[in-house]
Design a protein around this ligand. Structure first.
Ligand SMILES: [Mg+2]
Length: 433
């Protein structure tokens, strides 16, 4: 698995035009992918990306390009070694460590390597990971900074405990898929009629949970929650998501005002860096659960959220921490603390990625689907070579080899920024490289 080339693409979708993806902190999102393609000397390709919003791609694609010397010309067969080398690079590490733009770039490249590995093996990534031995899995990880909560031996114990029944769980997954919930009805920029119609459609399509964006205006939130509750009925799980809008005290009073509508969980009530703030909110709003994770920057912050009893649902993101390797450590931490993982997937291509991680978790780590759902949004899947498939409110287990991360060539051309025809912001031709 010798990589001979790394190329980046700045791909942006003008989702702000319809307010798809709008929430309390992101009123005008243009969902974007800082996209990377790795090529091997025998013509195989691996694809990965960091999800950003519009202008973030300027910085993100440059950060991915900075990793070129660490993978090009290298035999990347040992993905544990590659991961630890890139994360440990002393000069790039200064930009983190293990957080922010550089870490997301590492995620894009590591995920592209995993896509390549799975394609070469002829298997979907979830199955490739599920068939690794416990020893092979722990060799992929970096236990530095988490051994006070999860040691190598703890990880082996969790993985070995999940060995019995793996085959049966693979069969169940192939037959029934993995439960999904939909965020599509609840974007903050949608009017009440659209909210009502999309709630109804979610029920008709078999979803067993929805999520609404909240946090900009309390009266609006109450009215929208009342509409959703009317359509979905008493007891139907309706989660709410504040996208980091509140200070701790505001979160507590705001959620208190929404308690009559029985939110299933409250997501990102405050800064993703505030472990103790999350813990205080969780204590004060109990029994309403707190969920977070899409902006949690690494395994160490997840460790602290779990140690502090701050979250009841862990929402890992496939393209923010250091890729598949670090996410396996996070799945193991969640299993150690008995907290269900419900991955974040609001963004371009995140549904495609996280399904593999959740399915691997079910088969080989937690061994359970109880309390677990994968987020689903119905935007932008048409741009992927192997888009997710939802049937009866569940993700169908993908069968195509790889990580489902490849964008279609037509989409790469049409949505390239700023030269693609959708953007049409430049009068000159792109420079020849
Ligand atoms: Mg969210």
């Amino acid at each position: 698995m010798r990589v001979v080339a790394l190329e980046t693409h700045d791909i942006r979708f003008p989702t702000s035009l319809e307010l798809d993806g709008s929430d309390a902190m992101n009123p005008d999102p243009d969902y974007s992918a800082a996209y990377v393609v790795l090529r091997t000397d025998d013509g195989a390709k691996g694809h990965g990306f960091a999800f950003t919003i519009g202008r973030g791609n300027d910085v993100q694609t440059t950060a991915i390009k900075a990793l070129e010397p660490y993978v090009v010309g290298r035999d990347c067969s040992d993905l544990g070694a590659v991961y630890r080398d890139i994360v440990g690079d002393s000069q790039l590490r200064w930009l983190g460590p293990e957080k922010g733009v550089m870490h997301m770039a590492i995620s894009a490249v590591m995920n592209a390597l995993w896509d390549l590995r799975a394609k070469l093996a002829g298997k979907p990534l979830w199955l490739l990971l599920a068939e690794l031995s416990p020893e092979e899995i722990v060799d992929l990880l970096d236990f530095r900074y988490i051994t006070d909560a999860l040691t190598r031996q703890d990880a082996l114990d969790i993985l070995r405990a999940a060995e019995p029944g793996k085959r049966a769980r693979i069969e169940r997954l192939r037959a029934d898929g993995f439960p999904a919930y939909t965020t599509s009805p609840g974007w903050l920029g949608y009017d009440d009629d659209k909210l009502r119609r999309l709630c109804k459609e979610a029920l008709d399509e078999g979803f067993t949970q929805i999520k609404l964006k909240v946090g900009a205006d309390l009266d609006d939130d109450k009215r929208r929650m009342r509409i959703a509750r009317e359509v979905c009925g008493t007891g139907f799980p309706i989660a709410v998501d504040a996208n980091q809008r509140w200070d701790v005290a505001t979160a507590i009073t705001w959620i208190g005002a929404l308690a009559e509508f029985e939110p299933w969980w409250v997501e990102e009530p405050t800064s993703p860096d505030d472990m103790l703030g999350h813990a205080a909110i969780a204590r004060e709003i109990a029994p309403i659960p707190v969920a977070t994770g899409e902006h949690v920057q690494n395994r160490i912050v997840f460790k602290q959220l779990l140690q502090a009893g701050a979250i009841s649902y862990l929402q890992l993101d496939a393209a923010r921490v250091g890729g598949v390797n670090e996410n396996i450590a996070i799945l193991l931490l969640a299993a150690k603390f008995g907290v269900p993982v419900c991955p974040h997937a609001g963004g371009v291509g995140l549904c495609e990625l996280v399904q593999h991680l959740a399915m691997f978790d079910f088969i080989a780590v937690s061994g359970s689907m109880d309390g677990r759902v994968i987020e689903y949004i119905d935007h932008l899947h048409e741009h992927f070579v192997d888009p997710v498939v939802i049937e009866n409110g569940s993700y169908v287990a993908p069968l195509a080899p790889g990580f489902s991360s490849a964008l279609r060539a037509e989409s790469l051309a049409e949505f390239a920024y700023p030269w693609g025809p959708v953007w049409n912001t430049a009068s000159e031709s792109p420079p020849i490289s």
